[in-house]
Design a protein. Structure first.
Ligand code: SAM
Length: 326
């Protein structure tokens, strides 16, 4: 079976799979009014997730990130991990979570086959955390990170969306935290999704500024592996932790794209900022549809563009990242 490759010779080893749109946090930059339930939506079932993962794995995908919405809100989240991890060819199963369930469940997730975990922590100040996320759960989330390290994860990745005037003064505090903790702290540049021009203009900080500061103070850039995510990663001999920078507005961000996304409703998205999704759901109902599903994936990939058009202010049809998995 041929590998997933686009017209620009990019190969796709990494699938980001959203398993729900529902989220229980109200992050200012994502779902400021909270998730609005829509009774008509039914998210991918465990069987559909199994078929989808088998199709991707047979075409070279070796890493799957389970995301959302908040993936751990799914009652069958542990079984989802198990199903993906048991798929031949899948070597790495990661998740991105707001961490609210980690303290209680992370050991089960690890036993089920989870190999990497990203937790979103936008501030180390509990009040600022509450202000940004709409939830007063800082201590719970931090306890979850400790539990993950105790459960045997050798490193936890932490996602922090940098925002001017809110958390951008916390760099030293974050550095102090990772000095003696095996945390890869990933600063994500605020992205403009849907209707958030004012918030974006007020709070966007360029990741390049942090990069300059890191390079001035002895941090060194690591080389990327073929199935690594989009972060530029830096290490420092005096620090146990690492820093990752995710800068979607940087030149060449798309050149190393190795990711495809499938939404919780079973649509393939070729780019986070693409305008449309290719429906896969009709080919996920029976095991014997595998070949047709793979043919559709191959055909869709022929359409993947060289780059997103964020610089021109084109944010695609994505109102917020929760709808197709950030
Ligand atoms: N609920 C999970 C979580 O909180 O991590 C997973 C989904 S969330 C959409 C995934 C990541 O996208 C989070 O780290 C979040 O901070 C990030 N994100 C969401 N909207 C964003 C935006 N407009 N700009 C940058 N990052 C964003």
């Amino acid at each position: 079976m041929s590998e997933l490759q686009d017209a620009f010779a990019r190969k796709f080893y990494y699938l980001r799979l959203s398993v729900t749109d529902v989220c229980n946090f109200k992050c200012q930059y994502c779902l400021p009014d909270g998730y609005r339930p829509d009774g008509r939506k039914s998210f991918l079932t465990l069987d559909e997730i199994g078929r989808l993962t088998r199709a991707f794995a047979a075409m070279g995908t070796n890493k799957v990130r389970i995301t959302g919405g908040e993936p751990s809100l799914r009652k069958d989240f542990t079984q989802i991990i198990e199903t993906v991890a048991a798929t031949p060819g899948i070597r790495k199963v990661a998740t991105t979570t707001n961490g609210y369930r980690m303290a209680k469940q992370v050991a089960d997730w690890r036993r089920a086959g989870l190999s990497a975990i990203n937790v979103s922590v936008d501030s180390l100040d509990p009040r600022m955390f509450h202000q940004i996320t709409g939830e007063n759960r800082f201590h719970e989330v931090m306890a979850g990170i400790d539990a993950a390290l105790v459960a045997g994860f050798s490193q936890v990745k932490v996602n922090t969306v940098l925002m001017r005037g809110l958390n951008d003064g916390e760099l030293d505090r974050f550095l102090g935290w990772i000095k003696h903790h095996p945390i890869q702290l990933r600063f994500i540049e605020l992205m403009q999704t849907g209707e958030m021009d004012e918030l974006f203009n007020r709070h966007h900080v360029r990741g390049a500024l942090i990069k300059e500061q890191l390079l001035r103070t002895g941090w060194q850039q690591k080389v990327r592996a073929h199935n690594d995510g989009p972060a530029e990663v830096f290490w420092h001999p005096d620090y146990q932790g690492e820093i990752g920078l995710i800068m979607p507005y940087a030149k060449d961000f798309c050149a190393s794209c190795n990711r495809l996304r499938v939404s919780s409703l079973g649509k393939l998205h070729l780019c986070l900022f693409g305008d449309y999704g290719v429906d896969l759901r009709d080919l996920l109902t029976e095991d014997n549809q595998l070949a047709s599903l793979q043919a559709r994936l191959r055909e869709a990939l022929a359409d993947k563009k060289a780059s997103h058009f964020l610089h021109q202010g084109n944010t695609g049809l994505t109102p917020h990242l929760a709808s197709i998995g950030g």
